[in-house]
Design a protein around this ligand. Structure first.
Ligand code: NPW
Ligand code: K
Length: 498
């Protein structure tokens, strides 16, 4: 086996909960002159806006300004842009509660302010405001940030809609207004940004769908916060994955590299077995052992597979098992695999057939890999509930089963039952939503388990490489699951080349 220890997680992209960010901000603010943090935030925001505009002088900038400090950031950044020659108009959602210092700074710099709803001064009135937004070059969304509760309020909805219609680039301040910073949930309308400039730390909502989709690309502005070692969420990057990928040593033979057992497929669904083996052969284990009724199909496609028609118990030693893809109703095989004292990955039909009590009682680790529909069935809730609240769902399942759970989707999440940071995969692509793609992932991640990675690492590295393989294989066109499996070596090389 190739045990790989993972030291300092210094390169990961991390996200921190709103409470953690608030605490860090309070501690820092106590040591700094008043307003210093907001100036740092505004300076970073204005620089990002200027980059996006290219030419600041003569550009038309509209600020959408709510009643909190998020609006304050927008106003101070607007003042900086106005000083560089932009025509800046602030649209105030609550004129009497807008950040006073920010508003004064904007006015001093030559910017103007109008009310969002009423006809307060020239250019006011709802229709006029929407027209202003539609004709802008840049819209800055400072409606609400980490202080937001619930979805966007009704008075802000027409502004978000006008920003979406507009040809202007939309920059969200800290977060797109209307998304839940902590969970990634989106209730009703939210601002759709091209760029989100976030301060101090990523918030979970910026990394998890559906909110992530609203954020566009995300730029982090360092405002000097000191954050705890363990984040709430972490996303591996190329360098992290490169350090985790198993590398054979000079003295390795196939058994030392690990043998992965695949108990999958049925006479009716041989394809799932073939695809799981296709993933497993490219996942770093030294050998792939296949057990089940689809042996002929497997050996025809992959003659290097060790095929057995005995059950898992008599198949010979493996360092990890994958069970479930295309398994139909074969509960006996699932039970036999779960009784083995090695790491087990349970996918697809296997999820339905694995009893929670049995999984919880296992001494060796278990990795479960449901998609949203399967997770919903296990939790007894609607699929929409899982899709809308992915972070809560993955944590709940991990707790119930005492297992590591990988919840598939465009932002795949991996949670350990022991708590700790949840991993989020940044390489997903919609092209991976294709039949059999999950079978490839289960083989790949199972192979990484056999090579000695922990369940959390095998799941997150598997998802990362699988997502990258999907992108490389697709390259803008539809692909089949076997194309994804074949692109795994290229994805692997791509990671190591960094
Ligand atoms: N702290 C720091 O050091 C730093 C903080 N910084 C910045 O401050 C931001 C946090 O500021 P914050 O705490 O003032 O809250 P914020 O996000 O502006 O919203 C609260 C206001 O919005 C309102 N509101 C609530 N829900 C709403 C909804 N759904 N739809 C519409 N409105 C809604 C709510 O109104 P109320 O409920 O009172 O009527 C309240 O007045 C943070 O994201 C970052 O940008 C940076 O400058 C760096 C330094
Ligand atoms: K915002």
């Amino acid at each position: 086996m190739l045990g790989r220890s993972y030291g300092k997680l210094d390169r990961m992209r991390s996200a921190y909960s709103v409470e953690t960010v608030r605490t860090a901000e309070r501690q820092l603010m106590a040591r700094l002159p008043e307003g210093a943090l907001m100036q740092r935030a505004a300076a970073g925001l204005a620089a990002a806006c200027a980059d996006l505009l290219g030419r600041v002088y003569g550009s038309r900038v509209v600020l959408l300004v709510g009643s909190g400090d998020n609006g304050g950031d927008a106003l101070y950044a607007g003042a900086r842009l106005a000083r560089r020659g932009a025509g800046v108009t602030a649209v105030l959602l609550a004129p009497e509660r807008a950040h006073a210092g920010g508003l004064a700074a904007l006015r001093r710099a030559g910017g103007r302010a109008v009310s969002a709803g009423g006809a307060e001064g020239a250019g006011g009135g709802a229709a006029g405001v929407e027209e202003l937004i539609e004709r802008a070059d840049l819209v800055v969304d400072g409606i609400v940030g980490i202080g937001g509760k619930g979805g966007l309020r009704p008075d802000a909805v027409p502004l978000a809609a006008a920003a979406e219609r507009s040809r202007a680039a939309v920059v969200a301040v800290d977060l797109p207004s209307g998304v839940d910073a902590g969970t990634g949930e989106v209730r009703g309308v939210a601002v759709r940004a091209d760029l989100t400039v976030t301060f101090g730390a990523h918030k979970p909502g910026l990394l998890i769908d559906p909110a992530r989709e609203y954020a566009g690309s995300v730029r982090l502005v360092d405002i000097g916060l000191e954050l705890p070692v363990e984040p709430e969420l972490e996303a591996l990057q190329h360098a992290d994955v490169a350090r985790l990928l198993p590398v054979p040593r000079a003295e390795s033979d196939k058994y030392r590299r690990g043998v992965v057992g695949i108990a999958a497929g049925s006479a009716r669904y041989p394809g799932a077995a073939v695809l799981a083996v296709a993933g497993a052969l490219r996942g770093g284990a030294g050998a792939v052992r296949y057990v089940g009724p689809a042996g002929d199909a497997v050996i025809t496609r992959f003659p290097e597979t060790l095929v057995s028609d005995q059950g898992p118990k008599h198949a010979g030693r493996v360092q990890a098992w994958v069970v479930g893809p295309g398994a139909g109703d074969d509960a006996a095989t699932v039970g036999e695999v779960l009784a083995a004292d090695v790491p087990v990955l349970v996918d697809a039909d296997g999820l339905r057939l694995a009893e929670a009590g049995v999984v919880r009682a296992r001494r060796a680790p278990t990795l479960m890999t449901p998609h949203a529909g399967e997770a919903a069935a296990l939790l007894g809730v609607d699929r929409a509930e899982v899709e809308g609240g992915r972070l809560a769902a993955v944590r709940e399942l991990a707790g119930r089963y005492g297992a590591t759970v990988l919840l598939k989707g465009s932002t795949t999440l991996i949670a350990d039952s022991g708590g700790g940071a949840v991993r989020v995969n940044p390489t997903g692509t919609a092209w991976l939503a294709t039949a059999g793609s999950g079978d490839v992932l289960s083989g790949l991640a199972g192979s990484l388990l056999a090579a000695g990675l922990s369940t959390v690492d095998a799941g997150s590295v598997g998802a990362y490489v699988h997502g990258l393989a999907g992108r490389l294989a697709a390259d803008g066109a539809p692909v089949g699951a076997h194309d994804v499996a074949e692109a795994v070596p290229e994805a692997w090389r791509n990671v190591l080349a960094e």
